[in-house]
Design a protein around this ligand. Structure first.
Ligand SMILES: Cc1ncc(COP(=O)(O)O)c(C=O)c1O
Length: 309
């Protein structure tokens, strides 16, 4: 018998699913980490736990302090879950275009959520989080866009989990970047263990990672209006840009062919990973991550349109 005593223990160790039926023709094998199976419902539980524990160890986060963070939502949910269970107050600055579902989850997990005008974007959230911490004092800002614990956890935990499940190192990866923590950590891990890996960084059209002008997009969690410190683009063989419509099309295919209900960034990751599978061909393996689930976006128009399409 094994009983867990805290949900924190259940972060990580997510299943690895063979998604090759989605590639449509002879291609590399496609495997995906089901990160929606984390207790907070997304991949961001991992860096949330890692950043909190690293700060506790360094003495930067102590009893009675408040965790303050600019977040697109999923990091907020992870930080609220872990922070609340550890007894910290949490306050998050979130762009107001983010889904209601994420905001409600953060609030139910005990967080105070401050909505920031979407035109101010993530830089506006970062500024307001710093202003709040300065005004209030006794705060810790994990700053997922700068915190080395963010990519480090993907390199030292997420990657090795894949190796344990797969039994070998994949030949390529296609992973979406918001902070870039997942891509950077996984690309470092793969480059340290495979002689010639293909590492593709995925972004939505409207994100600036490939030098294109800033635009708007509906997929949440990936892309940005600046290149964060936690995103090492030198590790990327290619920056792949995926249009919203293509990401959502992949969400529908994953539901019908695999029974998986996924968020939009998973659709973008799958689209790029399928292209990489076709390029590498049979006998090779491509890794991607499926960061969160569809239920986090049910109030969004793109979901309603997808049902009707
Ligand atoms: C839904 C979703 N997908 C992908 C990502 C990207 O992860 P990373 O911040 O590690 O680049 C995030 C990050 O918040 C996310 O919320």
């Amino acid at each position: 018998m094994h009983i867990n005593h805290s949900l924190i223990e259940l972060i990580g160790k997510t299943p690895l699913l063979d998604c090759t039926p989605l590639t449509g023709r002879a291609s590399a094998r496609l495997v995906a980490k089901l990160e929606l199976f984390n207790p907070g419902g997304s991949i961001k539980d991992r860096p949330a736990k890692a950043m909190i524990e690293a700060a506790e160890e360094a003495g930067l986060l102590r009893k009675g302090m408040t965790i303050v963070e600019p977040t697109a939502g999923n990091t907020g949910i992870g930080l609220a879950l872990v922070g609340n269970l550890k007894g910290y107050k949490t306050v998050f600055f979130v762009p107001d275009r983010m889904s209601k579902e994420k905001i409600v989850c953060m609030q139910l997990l005990g967080a105070e959520v401050v909505l920031v005008d979407k035109d101010l974007g993530m830089p506006g959230c970062i500024k307001q989080a710093h202003d709040y911490a300065e005004r209030t004092g006794h705060c810790f800002i994990p700053q997922q866009f700068e915190n080395p614990a963010n990519p480090d956890q993907a390199e030292h935990f997420l990657g090795p989990e894949v190796h344990e499940q797969l039994g070998y190192y994949p030949d390529g990866l296609a992973v979406g970047s918001g902070t870039g923590g997942t891509f950077t950590g996984l690309a470092r891990w793969l480059r340290n263990n495979h002689p010639t890996p293909q590492c593709w960084c995925v972004q939505p059209l409207g994100s600036v990672f490939a030098g294109d002008p800033k635009g708007s997009y509906e997929v949440e969690g990936i892309g940005n209006s600046f290149v964060p410190d936690t995103l090492d683009l030198d590790l990327a063989d290619r920056i792949v840009t995926v249009k919203d419509a293509q990401s959502f099309k992949r969400v529908k295919e994953a539901a019908l062919k695999l029974g998986l209900l996924l968020g939009g960034s998973s659709g973008a990751n799958l689209d790029a990973a399928i292209e990489l599978c076709h390029e590498l061909g049979p006998g090779k393996t491509v890794l991607t991550v499926l960061p969160d689930g569809l239920e986090r976006y049910l109030s969004k128009e793109w979901v309603t349109k997808l049902v009707r399409s």
